[in-house]
Design a protein around this ligand. Structure first.
Ligand code: ASP
Length: 339
């Protein structure tokens, strides 16, 4: 596929003037993935071991959703990861509150938990919500009660390292969390049968208001899977994703025929046009795969790193990067025609 022939003129100009714009990922090569399944794409370099476990799980006989769940559980168990599961930075009161969701393209099923406390694997609770209840989203105490009823145990998720960071933040009385104090694992997958699935898990923004729920557990925001088209996931400042149904929008752009990477770029461009914030201040990133096994990602500012794994291949790649310089959008509700 010829990427440039499918770009808008504006995007093409940017792509030509800024070689890093399209990221490390070779879009033409991505069209050759048809026989390499299962395929897993996830956010950040810490997604790579998660993808690898997901691959192993499915190759070992698990279904796609087992792979997604196993991979994300690995990240949730990592004490060193300050933004997912145990070790995650707490809310303003020093309590770790976790958000997660899971979605199966087959049957269009979803489950999620928001602001759940004391449960190490919110991704697994989200799956139980999907499989064992007539609901999609449980929050707070209700989510924890449900987890307990399903045999999950409550444990302390605030590590001494995270507690120290929170105490330092409190002592400085900072209004906002320091930069880089949040991330998410969002993972999307495609199996050999052509079915798609995804999951997402995070401790959210560090030092958030108690009860704050971000984009990650919300279907269509932190994650969206459409078994006819593709799947997308998000990481970054949730408030800037969930006002736009970000992952849903990425999938809708793929429905219009865009390559997953172009769909991520288009979504950020659209958000940047509407949003009062400058594109460099949005801190939003998307990953996407389509039904054909093509993948891509885009992020604001410098872009971000994402992980791609399929049999015989596992790499951390750099996404397309959209800055106000490259996009020519400075925020402030600019209509599309102005661009
Ligand atoms: N999207 C997450 C949230 O807003 C945080 C992140 O991915 O950086 O809760």
């Amino acid at each position: 596929m010829n990427f440039s022939s499918r770009c808008s003129l504006g995007t093409l100009v940017v792509a030509l003037s800024l070689p890093v714009f399209v990221g490390d990922h070779d879009l033409a090569a991505a069209d050759d993935l048809a026989n390499d399944y299962p395929l897993f794409v996830s956010t950040w370099p810490f997604g790579k071991p998660a993808n690898e476990l997901a691959l192993k799980t499915v190759v070992g006989g698990g279904v796609l959703l087992d792979g997604i769940e196993a991979g994300i559980r690995l990240t949730e168990s990592d004490f060193e990861n300050a933004s997912v599961g145990i070790g995650g930075l707490p809310n303003r009161r020093g309590v770790v509150q976790l958000d997660a969701c899971i979605m199966s393209g087959k049957g269009h099923q979803a489950g999620a938990v928001g602001a759940i406390e004391g449960i190490l694997h919110p991704i697994s609770v989200a799956r139980r919500v999907m499989e064992k209840t007539p609901h999609v989203l449980l929050v707070g105490q209700g989510a924890q009660d449900f987890a307990l009823s399903q045999g999950f145990a409550v444990q302390q998720l605030l590590t001494s390292k995270a507690r120290r960071a929170w105490e330092q933040w409190k002592a400085k009385q900072l209004a906002n969390p320091p930069e880089g104090s949040h991330d998410t694992i969002a993972m999307v997958g495609l199996d050999a049968a052509g079915d798609l699935a995804g999951g997402c898990s995070t401790s959210g923004l560090a030092y958030k208001l108690p009860g704050r729920v971000g984009d990650s557990p919300l279907i269509g925001d932190g994650l969206y899977v459409d078994n006819e088209i593709g799947a997308a996931g998000a990481t970054g400042v949730g408030e800037n994703v969930l006002r736009y149904c970000g992952s849903f929008l990425v999938v809708e752009y793929m429905r219009q025929g865009l390559h997953p990477q172009e769909a991520c770029i288009k979504t950020i461009e659209r958000i940047a046009r509407l949003d009062p914030l400058n594109v460099d201040e949005l801190f939003i990133n998307f990953i996407a795969i389509d039904k054909k096994g093509r993948f891509g990602a885009a992020g604001t500012g410098e872009g971000f790193q994402y992980s791609v794994t399929y049999p015989g291949y596992s790499k951390v790649l750099k996404s397309a990067a959209l800055s106000s310089r490259s996009v020519g959008i400075t925020g402030g509700n600019q209509p599309e025609s102005v661009k």
